[in-house]
Ligand binder design. Structure first.
Ligand SMILES: Nc1ncnc2c1ncn2[C@@H]1O[C@H](COP(=O)(O)OP(=O)(O)OP(=O)(O)O)[C@@H](O)[C@H]1O
Ligand SMILES: [Mg+2]
Length: 348
């Protein structure tokens, strides 16, 4: 399968006018309490708050942010596993938030998810055969067992696992974490999707097998012409594999740019903090001493101003009172910070 030449942002050229996957002003709020405790008003966690971005076909689009910033909620909403509170999601030009059941069934064959937890996401009582075959059964792809078994074997080989009868009859607990994630990947690819949403696919694995799974995912992307939406909390991981990176903080995107631009020239103080948190290759006893403490807050009533202002060394009155817009600083390098005042202009 040939891949079109990559553009400067790493994407392959889209044939039509539409962006491949476009998200406009997406919001996902979770109700916090059944009955309002606050003057009878119901309170909500703003897990994804007014998020917009665009993924081009063939790219690996990364979302980076600390625990609790809304990455999984964003991924699950894109996969229709959560209903969006508001906003649009366009896949190849169609607004998938308005899809009916039949359209959703066909969409599910094109978009699949790889989950974070290779231990919890595979049903422990089912055999590997049943786990990998499940999507083709749900979609009634084969009408005989022989074709189904052949396809399951093919998928196991594709992800580098044995495909003999004995392996097919094993259960997940007979495999290591890395092998289980390979099984999860085989299951997500059996319907031959084109768009993969991977939610921290290696964060629960030992360092020794992480690189193997990442190189497997890279190879599969090439061979199968896939587009990836890749979530991670480690900036170093995003830098290594993504073409474009969006940095998320407390439900909002604070910076979006091509990987090289964001690494060489981070504009948002939060992105700078994430880059400073990448461990150095050569141990340095001063590393980490400049990283400010703090956790991603969750908001039921978001305060005015920039969400990052309580942790930001640049925060001033404006940052505490007005939410900065996500603006195009230079050639598609977007940032949401009052200290970047306009195209190409940084304030002290
Ligand atoms: N089903 C739910 N009901 C209520 N609140 C939820 C639900 N799912 C997520 N949240 C809340 O939404 C916020 C974002 O959670 P989410 O799991 O999306 O973050 P995350 O960035 O994926 O974190 P992690 O890195 O730990 O996986 C958190 O405050 C979380 O508690
Ligand atoms: Mg998560």
């Amino acid at each position: 399968m040939g891949i079109a030449p990559a553009t400067d942002d790493g994407s392959t050229k889209v044939q039509d006018q539409h962006a491949y996957f476009k998200v406009n002003n997406l919001r996902k709020l979770f109700p916090l309490n059944k009955r309002g405790q606050f003057w009878g008003k119901r309170q909500y966690i703003h897990a994804v708050d007014d998020v917009s971005f665009e993924i081009k076909k063939g790219m690996t689009y990364g979302v980076v942010g600390e625990s609790g910033c809304g990455k999984t909620t964003l991924a699950r909403t894109m996969m229709h596993l959560e209903e969006p509170t508001s906003g649009e999601m366009l896949f190849k030009g169609d607004d998938i938030t308005k899809f009916n059941r039949k359209q959703m069934t066909s969409l599910r064959r094109q978009m699949q998810m790889v989950f974070q937890d290779p231990y919890g996401s595979l049903n422990p009582v089912r055999t590997i055969h049943n786990i990998v075959a499940e999507p083709v059964r749900v979609h009634s792809i084969f009408d005989n067992k022989r074709d189904e078994i052949d396809k399951v074997r093919e998928m196991l080989e594709v992800v580098g696992l044995p495909s003999d009868n004995q392996t097919l009859e094993k259960r997940p607990n007979e495999f290591s974490g890395g092998e289980r994630q390979r099984i999860g990947i085989a299951r997500s690819l059996i319907l031959e999707p084109e768009f993969i949403v991977a939610d921290e696919p290696v964060s629960m694995l030992d360092a020794s097998v992480r690189a193997d799974i990442i190189s497997l995912m890279r190879r599969l992307k090439q061979e199968r012409d896939l587009t990836y939406f890749f979530i991670t909390h480690e900036f170093g991981m995003a830098r290594a594999i993504c073409d474009r990176i969006a940095v998320m903080y407390a439900g909002r995107l604070v910076e979006v740019a091509n990987a090289a631009a964001i690494v060489d020239h981070p504009l948002h103080p939060y992105t700078q903090l994430l880059i400073d948190a990448i461990p150095p290759l050569i141990p340095d006893e001063n590393w980490g001493k400049t990283i400010p403490e703090g956790e991603v807050p969750y908001f039921t009533v978001p305060p005015p101003g920039c969400r990052f202002n309580p942790r930001c060394y640049k925060a001033d009155e404006l940052c505490r009172s007005e939410m900065p817009e996500l603006i195009d600083y230079r050639n598609g390098h977007y940032v949401s910070c009052h200290h970047v005042s306009g195209p190409g202009q940084i304030k002290k």
